[in-house]
Design a protein around this ligand. Structure first.
Ligand code: SF4
Length: 361
């Protein structure tokens, strides 16, 4: 991937970033494709120490719940989705499946439920609203960090409502914040090839803009390493930085590598070096997002731990029951004790946090 940026250029760009001056998209591309890994990581880590508490690394106790795997989009990189008539297609209702899963998670101290699903063709809007209401009634202590932008756009089209009206109704029923899933790469060329039936880059951004306007905080994500070019990775980062300048609503940035097993697209997974380069470049370029999560779910615990010195200040969630990347071959689980061990071993103090990055305990 190293094709641009002389050593002198790269050195100047890194100095510029350390001085607090914003870097351009062209400079981000030069770093992504040409900076020595150790210099990139060192600069990202210096900026991370400034932007988030230098002594601590945070984590959240959460559970993933996928309410359905039936999806009309059938993206080329997805090993999780099914057609409605596939033998292993499912819809989980609140009683008893989802309620039991949340009860188990609550017993383990979960503060966040990350609920997402496929784009189901026939479930009615009341089904989703009733689900949120029931969870909030029975588990008022958990934060519902659920429904990513492709689901919101799907609801908007299926139920003929504006994005803002969909979000307001979900919020009134109990939704607290939105995960940034379904962004993959915010470039129309990539989306046309990988996921033509899913929301466009503009629609993804618009859902986040409307959510932020309604006072909801959200995360921003990027799945890289499928068919995009380095310039398209930077285009993605540019769209996030521009929206964050406008709204300030992103709490965190999370990137992870495409997992090819069992997907129609196939191919190879990016290695740890590509992951660390991408994470560090994002930390340097996205100067307006405070928190960066290490993606141990796809990269494994050891690369996840290394990410803590390449720009990340948070180890994400315990992810009890992760189904989506597990379907694509990445099987990692972590207990709170393991997370705390990895954080201490990297030289930081572990602290549990809320979805909104407030410290607990
Ligand atoms: S990535 Fe999401 S939208 Fe695409 S097929 Fe899988 S579940 Fe559906």
């Amino acid at each position: 991937m190293r094709e641009r940026g002389s050593p002198a250029d790269v050195d100047e760009i890194l100095k510029q970033a350390v001085s607090g001056e914003r870097i351009t998209e062209g400079q981000a591309l030069a770093l992504l494709t040409g900076a020595p890994l150790h210099a990139l990581g060192e600069t990202a880590h210096r900026l991370r120490l400034r932007k988030a508490d230098p002594k601590i690394v945070t984590y959240v106790i959460d559970r993933n719940i996928n309410y359905t795997n039936i999806c009309i989009a059938r993206c080329a990189f997805c090993a999780f989705s099914r057609d409605a008539d596939d033998p292993d297609a499912y819809v989980n209702n609140y009683q008893p499946v989802i309620r039991d899963k949340i009860m188990q998670a609550a017993k383990l101290g979960a503060t966040q439920i990350l609920m997402q699903g496929g784009l189901h063709p026939t479930l009615q809007f009341e089904w989703y609203l009733n689900l949120l209401r029931a969870i909030k009634r029975d588990f008022p202590q958990v934060t519902l960090h659920s429904f990513s932008p492709p689901e919101v756009v799907h609801f908007s089209k299926l139920f003929k409502m504006s994005i803002s009206d969909v979000l307001s109704a979900l919020r009134e029923a109990g939704l607290d914040s939105l995960p940034g899933g379904g962004a993959e790469i915010l470039s129309d060329r990539v989306r046309r090839e990988l996921s033509p039936r899913k929301c466009t880059a503009d629609e993804w951004i618009e859902v986040m803009r409307q959510a932020h306007r309604l006072g909801m905080r959200t995360t921003a994500t990027m799945m890289f390493g499928s068919i995009e070019t380095p310039a398209e990775r930077v285009e993605h980062l540019q769209r996030l930085r521009t929206l964050q300048d406008e709204t300030g609503g992103f709490t965190a940035f999370i990137c992870w590598a495409y997992q090819p097993a069992n997907t129609p697209l196939g191919g190879h997974a990016s290695g740890g070096v590509d992951y660390l380069r991408t994470l560090a470049t994002a930390r340097i370029y996205l100067d307006n997002i405070a928190n960066f999560q290490a993606s141990w779910v796809t990269m494994g615990a050891k690369v996840g731990q290394l990410a803590l010195v390449f720009g990340a200040n948070d180890l994400g969630g315990t992810m009890l029951e992760e189904n989506v990347v597990a379907a694509a071959g990445a099987h990692y689980e972590m207990s709170v004790a393991e997370m705390e061990y990895l954080i201490r071993d990297a030289g930081f103090t572990p602290r549990q946090r809320t979805t909104q990055y407030e410290l607990l305990g």
